[in-house]
Design a binder for this molecule. Structure first.
Ligand code: KIV
Ligand code: NA
Length: 265
């Protein structure tokens, strides 16, 4: 099978083919996602929420991201695997950012890294790129800055923030990023950014004009019970499926109905 590369994604944008991206955090899930034909697997720092149960993405460590990423890489034979640099591993200085990115590439075998922010992290982005590591940007609602925002609502509705986001997007492209995630911003702004850039934009809660879409796998599979924001389309209700299966197992065990004659040696 031919591996998706950053060049593949650029070609897709050029010919108007949408890019499909989902998160995964472990081997088994990555294999399912990869087999189903996803273009890009994101080992998101949303692992902090959905895998570890933290309230925000801030607590997850670089070692933990590397553990998740190495598991995903082993399950992905076709998809491009992009890994989030977690909070506190790239903002300090560009040398630290490069070291963090190198660890992800080397220890996990990832194909690219993703970083939140615009002009503020320009030096870090450049330095990582000089090592030949592809970088994806992330603008709009950047969850590592939740304590600055104070809320997870839509970003860049005001002119000033929209203007900065447009400048940041152009800056990330100029630096050499291969794409940029746009999270929770008005669709019209995402369209403007997508049209102004050569590189692909990947939206989450950013409307239909982005070059591609990304969702957190637990959310789109309905594993995250009760989480139903407007931007989320739920493709399955695995919470109910799993709950039913587990209840069935419990009652079979209690009734001494499992294992049966056929299920023993
Ligand atoms: O961590 C994550 O899952 C992400 C996506 C929501 C873009 O960054
Ligand atoms: Na993330």
């Amino acid at each position: 099978i031919k591996r998706v590369t950053t060049n593949t994604l650029q070609e897709m944008k050029n010919r108007g083919e949408k890019i499909a991206m989902l998160t995964a955090y472990d081997y088994s899930m990555a294999k399912i996602v990869d087999d189903a034909g996803i273009d890009v697997i994101l080992v998101g720092d949303s692992a902090s929420n959905v895998m570890a149960g933290h309230e925000t993405t801030l607590p997850i460590t670089l070692d933990q991201m590397i553990y998740h990423a190495s598991s995903v890489v082993r399950g992905a034979s076709r998809s491009l695997v992009v890994v989030d640099l977690p909070f506190g591993t790239y903002q300090g200085n560009s040398k630290e950012a490069l070291n963090s990115a190198i660890r992800i590439m080397k220890e996990a075998g990832a194909h690219a890294v993703k970083i939140e922010g615009g002009v503020e992290i320009a030096e870090s982005v450049s330095r990582i790129l000089t090592a030949g590591i592809p970088v994806m940007g992330h603008l709009g609602l950047t969850p590592q800055s939740i304590y600055k925002f104070g809320t997870y609502t839509v970003r860049a509705k005001e002119e000033a923030e929209a203007k900065k986001l447009k400048e940041d997007a152009l800056k990330l492209q100029e630096l050499g990023c291969f794409g940029v995630v746009l999270e929770k911003i008005p669709a019209a702004l995402a369209q403007e950014v997508t049209d102004s850039l050569q590189i692909p934009t990947i939206g989450i809660g950013a409307g239909q004009h982005c070059s591609g879409q990304v969702l957190v796998i637990h959310d789109m599979l309905g594993l995250n019970k009760g989480f139903r924001p407007r931007f989320l389309r739920q493709y399955a209700n695995l919470y109910e499926v799993m709950n039913g299966a587990i209840k069935g197992y419990v009652s079979d065990v209690k009734a001494n109905d499992f294992p049966s004659e056929k299920e023993q040696y």
